[in-house]
Design a protein around this ligand. Structure first.
Ligand code: SAM
Length: 274
């Protein structure tokens, strides 16, 4: 949605997942309403910045993993407000010709990406709802990633918990899977309450109380996330669905870094052939 000056409309009275996540990562693209929600959640769950940091570290490792396997095309769904080491920066470090299409429905994420990506070769932003799968897959920028059947990586990092059961997440993931050429990868992470059920239930209740209907968050267990991926036609690569910090770590974890505090699971998967 655009405002009267043709800029994306921003509601500064309702917290947004993109801006809350930006605050958790130490960014400056957030408002008092976003900081208030995260501060409340931090009181409930004091390790709160760790989920965002562990996820970003997982995202970087997974993008490098895909790049090392010859993937040079990335569709980043729920890409967030640009921060350090964005997907195109990580991918283009290895392959300067790598191409990325970012998709986010948040106007602040979109506005910053438009500004950051102006003049950047191979990287584009679409302000759209990733649940509109037909519309996303029909965009010329996305078609040009997919049309000549080169493998791609589709990223849904720290965003699938915004897909409510009523959105039919299996249908959404399956639609992307069907569009993925052979040899492609899905990079996935999703919030969970498995290890801290009471605190996480309270944190999500706090978040959902202020968030818009579109941005309500759903916790899913390890078994539910595994089932979502399998039922959508994905086969997990090693080590499967695990804590983000435990997905192919490149350094030994500090003894005081408890991977469970991420309150997320992460995975990389292949589309099964249909
Ligand atoms: N993927 C990034 C990362 O891992 O650093 C950002 C994650 S942030 C927690 C979740 C992002 O998903 C937010 O920017 C939010 O606006 C976006 N998002 C949530 N639901 C969405 C939807 N239906 N369509 C597009 N973007 C969505």
């Amino acid at each position: 949605m655009m405002d009267s000056e043709g800029q994306p409309a921003v509601d500064t009275t309702v917290p947004s997942p993109a801006r809350i996540y930006d605050y958790a990562l130490g960014g400056a693209q957030n408002f008092a309403v976003d900081r208030a929600v995260l501060d409340q959640i931090t009181e409930i769950f004091p390790s709160t910045p760790q989920p965002a940091r562990d996820n970003r570290d997982f995202l970087r490792r997974a993008v490098r993993f895909c790049g090392e396997r010859g993937i040079g095309r990335f569709l980043d769904l729920g890409s967030g407000i640009p921060t350090v080491d964005n997907v195109h920066e990580v991918a283009q470090k290895r392959d300067p010709a790598a191409r990325v299409v970012y998709v986010d429905n948040d106007p602040v994420a979109a506005a910053h990406a438009y500004r950051l990506l102006g003049g950047v070769h191979g990287a584009t932003m679409l302000q759209q709802d990733m649940r509109d799968t037909e519309q996303i897959l029909a965009q010329p920028e996305v078609r040009s990633l997919l049309d000549d059947q080169e493998p791609v990586a589709v990223l849904m990092v720290a965003m699938a918990h915004y897909l409510k059961d009523a959105d039919d997440p299996i249908k959404i993931l399956s639609a992307y899977r069907e569009a993925m050429p052979p040899g492609s990868y899905l990079v996935f992470s999703h919030m969970t309450g498995d290890d801290f059920p009471e605190q996480l239930a309270q944190a999500v209740e706090t978040f959902n109380a202020d968030a818009s209907d579109n941005d309500q968050m759903v916790l899913r267990s390890h078994a539910e996330q595994q089932e979502l991926l399998e039922a959508s036609g994905f086969a997990l690569v090693d080590p499967g669905l695990t804590y983000p910090a435990c997905w192919r770590p490149q350094t030994t974890l500090n003894v005081d870094h408890d991977p469970r505090n991420a309150t997320f699971y992460a995975a990389v998967a292949h589309p099964r052939r249909h």
